[in-house]
Ligand binder design. Structure first.
Ligand SMILES: Nc1ncnc2c1ncn2[C@@H]1O[C@H](COP(=O)(O)OP(=O)(O)O)[C@@H](O)[C@H]1O
Ligand SMILES: CC(=O)OP(=O)(O)O
Ligand SMILES: [Mg+2]
Length: 435
């Protein structure tokens, strides 16, 4: 453990439900502050729709680039982490052991922070690992993998200090009447059953960069941010604070995703799990966890159309009944949240600055952004119209945020290239107690 020393080299690890994304930064000092300089980025994607794809890029050493290489033997996030580590440690790949063994700090994205998550990032110790483990049932696609990577990082890079950043922390500002489920409050308090919300590292990054783009203070910025990735959520941010978000006690609530159903009538579970004529049967806990597993891992796009890869679904040519149904369901649920959050923010503060797209689908698909914006056309004047050309062109140069609207409405449409890895590093560098 380094401890108390200014970070020199930070590895940032983001275990998503379909991918592992890592970045390595050297920390250089300018006059006033430590500044991260990107050295390496690597991703393994399509973990849930194999074969997995491996990308590896060392900055300024293009000759060592690996681009979307298919890898057969990697199925889990921890296998993906070990694959990247092994590749980095091989001198033939342009990197070598020295660089890896100089890592002083490791930032880990942990999706569910439960009550400890409300305190912000924490230096990892046995107690934190135990909490992450205990919360695994509340984020089944995330906390288990994050815990395995945490343990593997401690084993493989023993000199580094590990820090956990919780996706749920950003939502600690949710008002009581939004975070409370209308159930017996004694049980709710005892079992800590409330809305937590996730994708908070992404929302922190989006808020910070959109405020900068708009030339406003964060505290004066109100946006509706969409994080559309393998898991998808929407957040209403009111004057710089999370006011409502579509995910809940777990990342299952709200929008459907690659393998998740999103919100369904809770009673569906009981009917799904019993055979015809057995409707009144009491379900065993095994049957209930099986149902929970199906809703998390065997539903969503995968169940509707056979793949959790949204780009494949959009590219189905000609579209099939299943691909169209999937896109229409996703679009409908997104528009439902947009309408609701627009109303909530308008009614409360009178202002929404922008609708912001991020995440693999939000950043990658101009076609799907157009469908969403077309769906809001009835509110012309309130919202921008679409600037078709800019929407198709995407980001120019190194823009983190760019507009895709025509500037005619009160509410802008923006795209923000999210960076959960750099968000963690920036928070680490600005929080001395984490060193
Ligand atoms: N250009 C694109 N068009 C449509 N979908 C895309 C595009 N690029 C990535 N995606 C989709 O984004 C999803 C992965 O998003 P990402 O945010 O990387 O996921 P994770 O939840 O694993 O972090 C996948 O469904 C993938 O198909
Ligand atoms: C919280 C969540 O669903 O994250 P991801 O989209 O990265 O799987
Ligand atoms: Mg993600």
């Amino acid at each position: 453990m380094s401890g108390e020393a200014e970070p020199k080299s930070i590895l940032s690890i983001n275990a998503g439900s379909s991918s592992l994304k890592i970045k390595l930064f050297d920390i250089v000092r300018n006059d006033k502050a430590p500044v991260p300089k990107l050295i390496l980025k690597s991703t393994i994607s399509k973990l849930t729709s194999p074969s997995a794809k491996f990308t590896f890029k060392i900055v300024d050493k293009k000759e060592y680039d690996v681009e979307a290489q298919e890898i057969e033997n990697v199925h889990t996030s921890v296998e993906a982490f070990n694959h990247i580590l092994k590749h980095s440690r091989n001198d033939d790949n342009g990197f070598g052991n020295k660089r890896v063994d100089h890592i002083t700090h490791i930032c880990h994205r942990v999706v569910h922070g439960g009550e400890i998550g409300d305190r912000g990032p924490l230096v990892v110790n046995n107690r934190v690992i135990k909490e992450v483990e205990e919360l695994a049932t509340l984020a089944p696609l995330h906390n288990g993998p994050a815990e395995s990577i945490l343990k593997e990082a401690i084993r493989a890079l023993p000199e580094a200090r590990n820090i956990a950043f919780f996706d749920s922390s950003f939502h600690s500002t949710l008002p009581d009447f939004i975070r409370t489920y209308p159930i017996d409050q004694k049980v709710a308090k005892e079992k800590k059953l409330r809305k937590y919300g996730f994708h908070g590292l992404s929302y922190s990054w989006v808020l910070k960069n959109v405020a900068k783009f708009l030339g406003k203070e964060k505290e004066e910025t109100s946006i509706i941010a969409l994080h559309l990735g393998s898991g998808a959520s929407i957040c209403a941010i009111k004057n710089g604070k999370s006011y409502d978000t579509s995910m809940g006690l777990t990342p299952l609530e709200g929008l459907p995703g690659g393998s998740r159903s999103g919100t369904v009538d809770p009673s569906l579970i009981f009917h799904y799990s019993s055979r015809p004529g057995e409707k009144d049967k009491v379900l065993s806990s095994v049957e209930l966890s099986h149902a929970e597993n199906i809703l998390n891992s065997g539903s969503g796009f995968k169940a509707l159309v056979g793949t959790s890869d949204f780009s494949e679904i959009l590219a189905t040519d000609p579209p099939t009944h299943e691909s169209e149904l999937t896109v229409n369901i996703y679009l409908d649920r997104i528009l439902g949240f947009l309408g609701s959050y627009w109303l909530k923010l308008k009614g409360g503060t009178g202002g929404v600055d922008a609708i912001v797209f991020s995440g693999g689908i939000g950043e990658g698909s101009s076609e799907f952004r157009k469908m969403i914006i077309d769906g809001l056309a009835g509110l012309n004047g309130e919202f921008d119209g679409l600037d078709n050309e800019r929407n198709k062109k995407g980001s120019e140069g190194n823009e983190v945020v760019y507009p895709i609207g025509d500037g005619e409405g009160k509410i802008k449409f923006l795209v923000c290239e999210t960076d959960e890895e750099l968000q963690m590093v920036e928070e680490c560098l600005s929080t001395k107690k984490l060193w």
